[in-house]
Design a protein around this ligand. Structure first.
Ligand SMILES: Cc1cc2nc3c(=O)[nH]c(=O)nc-3n(C[C@H](O)[C@H](O)[C@H](O)COP(=O)(O)O)c2cc1C
Length: 159
């Protein structure tokens, strides 16, 4: 008999048919020597690992700062965050938001998309325009407010 094996289809769903999604958004500082090639390796690793775990999201890297948006089943997101926190390619991991809700995925097509610091605002505005779910709308509006208030503006600044 095959060993049990977790796939995206195993994620808990509500009566509405929508998944119960855990979402973590954090930012961190890159450590010395983490250049474009290193970020490309992180993205390649993430895209290889994330589909089987039902993880989707985006990663922004600019001016020595990472900003990552991760959504998926709770246990998988928690386990991934444990590995990410211990990863020597960055430090000072600060959680900006952590939620668990029954809702649509915000970035269903992205196993882990690398978004440039200058594009993040447009990506969030597009996602807000497409969001049919009011929880998603609220969450995106909050992050956009942070962005416009300068909370994560240093992503685009020269440090
Ligand atoms: C900023 C950042 C983002 C990352 N994002 C992911 C991700 O989305 N998925 C993933 O599997 N690994 C990601 N990683 C890599 C993990 O930290 C870890 O190296 C990987 O999961 C392999 O872990 P293991 O060597 O313990 O098996 C990321 C690392 C960093 C520094």
């Amino acid at each position: 008999m095959n060993a049990p094996h977790r796939e995206q289809s195993d994620e808990p769903t509500s009566v509405s048919g929508l998944p119960l999604l855990h979402q973590t958004i954090y930012c961190s500082r890159t450590t010395a020597g983490v250049d474009e090639a290193a970020v490309a390796r992180i993205i390649a690793e993430a895209r290889r690992m994330n589909p089987a775990r039902g993880i989707t999201g985006l990663l922004v890297c600019g001016s020595g700062v990472f900003f990552q948006w991760i959504e998926g089943p709770r246990d998988n997101v928690m386990q991934l965050m444990d590995r990410i926190r211990a990863d020597p390619r960055h430090e000072h991991v600060v959680t900006l938001s952590e939620t668990e809700e029954v809702r649509e995925r915000l970035f269903p097509e992205w196993d882990m998309e690398l978004v440039s610091a200058s594009e993040i605002r447009d990506v969030l505005i597009d996602a807000l325009a497409d969001a049919e779910d009011e929880k998603n709308t609220a969450s995106l509006s909050l992050i956009l407010e942070h962005l416009d208030a300068g909370g994560i503006a240093e992503l685009g600044a020269v440090v």
